[in-house]
Design a binder for this molecule. Structure first.
Ligand code: HEC
Length: 126
């Protein structure tokens, strides 16, 4: 009786580990996409667009003057600026306190086609 219960518990544990294990095997691209859409806070795409191309968030009038609030394009800036800005306070944007690896991953995500092209070219040249 006790033995049976232990066996079942052990089995559940093994199956649990396997399911958990397989769920954590995601590709770098999937991880990067997940981080871009769901960082600790609201997704970057909501203000910067799916590809980081920039996005108008709101248009309004202030003292009769037309104004727009927009997330600037972030897919064409050098890594140094990307890194610097993400480590400082940006007006109109939540502060995320991302790790260096997360910032690299986000930059990779925004430039993944470039990386793919460079890698393909490198393979061809060999
Ligand atoms: C609530 C809207 C909002 C969200 C969400 C948001 N941003 Fe921003 N972000 C902005 C605004 C607005 C600016 C421009 C501020 C300015 O004009 O200086 C900006 C600026 C930036 C800049 C600086 C661009 C430059 O040329 O100097 C970077 C880099 C950036 N955001 C990255 C991100 C990343 C990565 C995420 C997700 C982790 C994110 N942002 C989420 C609103 C947002």
């Amino acid at each position: 009786m006790v033995k049976g219960m232990m066996l079942r518990a052990l089995l559940a544990l093994i199956i649990g580990i396997q399911v958990y294990g397989s769920a954590t095997f995601i590709t770098k691209k999937e991880y990067a996409a997940g981080l871009y859409h769901n960082p600790r806070g609201i997704g970057c795409q909501l203000c910067h667009g799916e590809a980081g191309e920039g996005r108008r968030i709101a248009a309004y009038k202030d003292k009769g003057e037309k104004k727009v609030f927009e997330g600037t394009p972030i897919n064409k800036i050098p890594f140094s600026l990307f890194y610097q800005r993400l480590n400082s306070k940006i007006v109109g944007m939540p502060r995320y306190y991302l790790t260096d690896t997360e910032i690299q991953t986000l930059y990779y995500y925004l430039h993944r086609e470039e990386f793919k092209r460079a890698a393909a070219q490198h393979r061809k040249a060999k």
